[in-house]
Design a protein. Structure first.
Length: 610
């Protein structure tokens, strides 16, 4: 089947959100593989794990006010040295600037000059000298949280884990007991960015060793072990955290994450919710895991439970809208998505944050053939607020116009957009060609794409769509030429291998070559349902009915679409499994009664349309 269509790494500060005892705790949402724990910031500055430290001109809090700034006589020699370093920096001579700032910082004991030297070293992409400057800054301003933050970051960059362990242990010992949990989460995130994951874990073990009666210590160790792919240790630590604090949402989510089996994870979260039914984050995470397991009814009940206590929760409303769409419950889908828009407006969310919901509502209206409503939804997307969303809305409008039978109007609208927005030509040409194909104006689609390919002969997307259009009107030589041109540009393009192989198989010619082409595509994308379908079809053409059936059943599992069902139905029919074949044909007709492959298959087999 053919498919249509030198930065310096450092982890800066991050904390978690509140728990009942005053420490902080929060948990993120789940992914298909399990809950992903997300410790949120609690009033401290955070940066991304791979972000270059930006040493700013802001003054360190404790070191530059009152007695924190040394009283040094600014004689002419010292002033000259500072000015020369600053001039050197402004003209890009970072070496002279660094040496001048460091020398002045040592003479004056002023942490601001050490900080400036660190900034110069960062600009010069010299982490070793940046570490020296930050060490001096921290020494001169020992109470500065900012200096400590950068010192930790550069110690990790330079892999100075022994020194880092001493620093973290001292900081943790000085901290108030109520603050230690948050610091442990911060330290865990720092150390996770270390290159030597094993040493980093051992460093964390030593840092938290005096505090193993604190659940956050075990959560931090569990998350580090999970990152290191040591699920067994991650599970042990998470269970200990949960023993120390049985109502901890973060602990149970960490445990569910460590459990490799999603069924076990769901059981863990479900049991926790029986004891603590108001645990919002756990319920949402459980709902998402249930969605990943395609248990949509149970997932929906979880989100509905959240909505009982938080009727204006945007995440929950949106999730319920998506679940309702998945279950073809269009009235409730529309209800939840409209409520989402109302609540987002009340919360004064940016207009652009609602565009995805508006697109879904337009799609719902389109599915129900309420084209007027669908167009009204697309009209709500403003070009001024989001030009990308607006352009997608214009393409969607054209597609809806085609369904209303207004093909010329749709074509003219896209043509006008191409002239007005030449940078969008590729996307608009592809959209217009798709519209022409859907209206069976295959020669028009071919002419449009041929012109575009002649203008940009190396554009893979245009070449691929041109190959489809050429095949539709029987220009097989041009189709093959376009697909082979794609493979010259991109030798690993599985779509081109698959399209060429499928075309040969469908025309029942050069079957050995077709098999080789599809096999290459499948090796590049083994779980692609379209390519799996193509492999089933070439096996069928080669007379290997049993192998074809197995492959097509696999394709059906991956993608239960009409064309796959038509292929599988034909193989079953010719394998004396007519009753099951009829069931597949009937299901396919319900899904897509106008599918060309399905219609042609039923006609060829001499079957009466159900």
């Amino acid at each position: 089947m053919k498919r249509i269509f030198f930065v310096l790494p450092v982890l800066l500060l991050s904390a978690c959100a509140t728990v009942s005892d005053g420490t902080t705790e929060n948990a993120g949402m789940s992914s298909a593989s399990g809950p992903v724990v997300d410790q949120r910031d609690n009033g401290q500055t955070a940066s991304a794990p791979n972000e270059t430290p930006q040493v700013t001109d802001a003054e360190p809090a404790a070191a530059v006010k009152g007695d924190g700034v040394p009283s040094v006589h600014l004689d002419s020699d010292l002033l000259y040295e500072i000015l020369m370093a600053d001039f050197a920096y402004s003209r890009g001579d970072y070496r002279l600037a660094y040496e001048g700032m460091m020398d002045a910082a040592k003479k004056t004991q002023d942490p601001r000059l050490a900080k400036r030297a660190a900034e110069v070293a960062v600009r010069e992409k010299n982490p070793h000298e940046a570490l020296d400057a930050v060490r001096l800054w921290h020494k001169l301003a020992p109470d500065s949280a900012e200096a400590e933050k950068y010192l930790i970051g550069f110690l990790i960059i330079e892999d100075r884990l022994d020194e880092l362990q001493s620093l973290l242990s001292r900081s943790l010992a000085k901290a108030a007991p109520a603050d230690r949990g948050a610091l442990m989460y911060q330290y865990q995130q720092f150390l996770t960015s270390s290159k030597d994951k094993t040493r980093a874990f051992k460093t964390m073990e030593k840092v938290v060793a005096p505090y193993l009666d604190v659940p956050e210590a075990h959560i931090a160790l569990s998350q580090m072990a999970f990152t290191n792919k040591d699920n067994a240790r991650a599970e042990v630590e998470a269970r200990e955290a949960l023993r120390l604090k049985p109502d901890s949402e973060l602990a149970v989510l960490t445990l569910a994450q460590a459990e490799a089996d999603p069924i076990r994870s769901i059981q863990t979260l479900t049991e926790f919710l029986k004891k603590y039914p108001d645990s919002r984050e756990v319920r949402i995470s459980n709902g998402r895991m249930l969605i990943a397991q395609k248990e949509y009814d149970r997932a929906r009940r979880e989100f509905e439970h959240v909505l009982l206590t938080q009727p204006d929760d945007l995440l929950t409303l949106y999730s319920l809208g998506l679940l309702s769409i998945q279950q073809n419950d269009y009235p409730n889908a529309e209800k939840y998505l409209k409520r989402y828009l109302d609540e987002a407006k009340k919360a004064k969310k940016p207009e652009s944050e609602s565009y995805q919901t508006i697109f879904l509502l337009a799609q719902l209206a389109e599915e129900q053939k309420n084209y007027k409503a669908a167009l009204e939804w697309t009209n709500r997307i403003s070009e001024d607020a989001d030009s990308e969303a607006w352009m997608l809305a214009q393409i969607k409008r054209a597609q809806i116009l085609v369904k209303q039978g207004k093909i010329r109007e749709a074509k003219n609208a896209l043509s006008a957009l191409r002239h007005e927005y030449p940078a969008e030509e590729e996307r608009l040409v592809l959209a217009e060609a798709q519209i022409l194909r859907s209206a069976n104006l295959n020669r028009d689609a071919y002419a449009l794409l041929k012109t575009s390919v002649e203008k940009t002969p190396s554009n893979i997307n245009l070449l691929y769509d041109f190959s489809l259009a050429a095949e539709k009107i029987g220009r097989y030589d041009e189709m093959e030429s376009a697909l082979r041109r794609i493979l010259e540009i991109d030798p690993n393009n599985q779509l081109a291998y698959n399209a060429l192989g499928y075309s040969l198989a469908d025309r029942n010619i050069r079957l050995d070559e077709a098999y080789v082409l599809i096999a290459k595509a499948l090796a590049l994308a083994p779980d692609d349902p379209y390519i799996t379908d193509s492999m089933g079809w070439i096996l069928f053409r080669q007379g290997k009915l049993k192998e074809a059936e197995l492959m097509l059943r696999r394709a059906y599992e991956l993608l239960p679409e009409a064309e796959v069902m038509a292929h599988l139905g034909e193989v079953l029919w010719l394998s004396d499994q007519q009753e099951e074949a009829r069931a597949f044909f009937a299901e396919a007709e319900k899904k897509d009664p106008k599918n060309e492959v399905l219609i042609e298959t039923i006609k060829r087999l001499g079957l009466r349309r159900q």
